[in-house]
Design a protein around this ligand. Structure first.
Ligand code: GDP
Length: 424
């Protein structure tokens, strides 16, 4: 069975932890979009690890971890992460890389950085990992597929074609030194020996695995509100963050994705700019950020403090709808245990009218939160193993949100560790 694990909102919902938990029984874990621009933090028997590009199944010696064709594949980063994994005492993971995945080129990082500089105070708050230039090139058909490394003439031609356009921008827009195709060719060819052992026809492999009844997880990055089509455009990422894209980014039949676990965090947080209706500020935000610890404080890639907010039913319901949710994994509930009462955003007021459908960006910018306040449970729920052992007000909070969202919460995560998990 194929299951997708994806985010409802801005990302940082705890997908890495949920994937790590579900990966215990998985034969295959696949990354199908994004790149090294976001991270997952996983805490298990091997300690605490921040992964960026590696699928979260690497802690399981039998799981095959796949970099799908939809990923923006940063080879130096991959090599670094693999070294890190080996040096952390984790058994060398089984890895496959799609022969159709495209390479994140050194100039993608350069252009990401230059463009953010050029935009100055209008910048997107990019992680400068090269993701937007990468996907622009892919769809403009000047990207480099990993298979091009095995045809040097073709590779050189393709690098020259890309540099031709980029050098016009470097000269006239950014006023920077030009790219030298030969230098880039050499650098990229140096990737070959690192990736060659892992390259495979992943789509064939996965379709065969599906026929054999293997347990397969699609691991999403970021969340629905960062999707370039359905998210808060243009404050989005550049590849689809939706479970449906898993079919494209991995090469499997869409109807084979039978389960979609949408990871929903018990409060809101976001890194980077853009509308954030239920955002809170000052001491209230600082306290939540501090209590959130790893889950609340800083982005895994940038180290920037996350923006904090109360739970947003409008945004999360929309995110769950677009993901095609079959199950919700509701995470980081433990962090709210200090509050006497907990506001929950149940609607948006725009121009005097209250709505609960997530609007397009210009209207979202005008939305004001409508709150309902629920009583807190004032206790530490870490270590609780059974749903009915949770305090009544905690269950009421979970069930209130479940009703608002209209999807079943079947997993509750009540701490960062693999073992802090409650099945309903
Ligand atoms: P992801 O990108 O969705 O995987 O999320 P991140 O890894 O960026 O952020 C999630 C953070 O929350 C990590 O530091 C996790 O260790 C932590 N986390 C996950 N689930 C829980 C939970 O139930 N409780 C607490 N306190 N932390 C959690």
């Amino acid at each position: 069975m194929v299951k997708a694990i994806v985010g409802s909102c801005w990302g940082d919902e705890g997908k890495g932890k949920i994937t790590d938990v579900l990966a215990e029984n998985a034969d295959i874990v696949i990354r199908f979009q994004g790149g090294s621009n976001a991270g997952h933090t996983i805490i298990n028997d091997y300690g605490k690890h921040a992964l960026h590009q590696m699928p979260s199944g690497i802690f399981n010696k039998n799981t095959v971890n796949i970099i799908g064709n939809g990923v923006a594949f940063n080879v130096p980063y991959f090599v670094k992460e693999l070294e890190y994994i080996k040096s952390s005492g984790i058994k060398e993971p089984k890895i496959l890389i799609s022969d159709r995945v495209q390479l994140l080129m050194p100039y993608h990082i350069l252009f990401d950085t230059l463009e953010e500089e050029r935009l100055s105070d209008k910048q997107f708050g990019s992680t400068k990992s090269g993701i937007a230039p990468f996907y622009s090139d892919k769809y403009a058909k000047i990207g480099i597929q990993i298979c091009d490394l095995f045809d040097e003439t073709l590779l050189m031609e393709r690098i020259k074609a890309a540099c031709c356009i980029k050098n016009v921008l470097l000269e006239h827009l950014y006023k920077k030194p030009l790219l030298e195709p030969e230098k880039i060719f050499k650098e990229v060819m140096s990737y070959k020996k690192f990736v060659e052992p892992y390259i495979a026809n992943v789509a064939e492999y996965l379709n065969k695995a599906i026929k054999e009844g293997k347990e397969i997880l699609l691991e999403g990055q970021l969340g629905a509100l960062k999707d370039p089509d359905h998210g808060i455009y243009p404050m989005t990422t550049s590849s689809s963050t939706l479970a449906g894209f898993g079919a494209v980014g991995a090469g499997i039949p869409p109807h084979k994705i039978e389960k979609v676990y949408t990871v929903v965090k018990a409060y809101s947080s976001a890194v980077g700019g853009g509308a954030f209706v239920s955002e809170i500020f000052g001491d209230e935000a600082d306290e939540l950020r501090k209590r959130g610890g790893d889950a609340g404080e800083f982005g895994v890639v940038t180290g920037r403090p996350r923006r904090m907010g109360w739970f947003d039913c409008v945004a999360a319901r929309y995110g769950c709808m677009l993901q095609g949710t079959t199950d919700i994994a509701f995470t980081v509930v433990d962090v709210l245990g200090y509050l006497d009462e907990i506001p929950v955003c149940v609607g948006y007021e725009i121009d005097g009218k209250v709505i609960n459908e997530f609007p397009v960006t210009p209207l979202l910018e005008k939305a004001k939160p409508v709150y309902k306040t629920l009583p807190g449970w004032k206790s530490d729920i870490r270590g609780v193993k059974n749903y009915y052992d949770l305090p009544e007000n905690c269950r009421n909070y979970i069930e209130f949100i479940e009703k608002q969202l209209g999807y079943n919460i079947t997993i509750v995560s009540n701490g960062p560790k693999r073992s802090d998990i409650i099945y309903r």
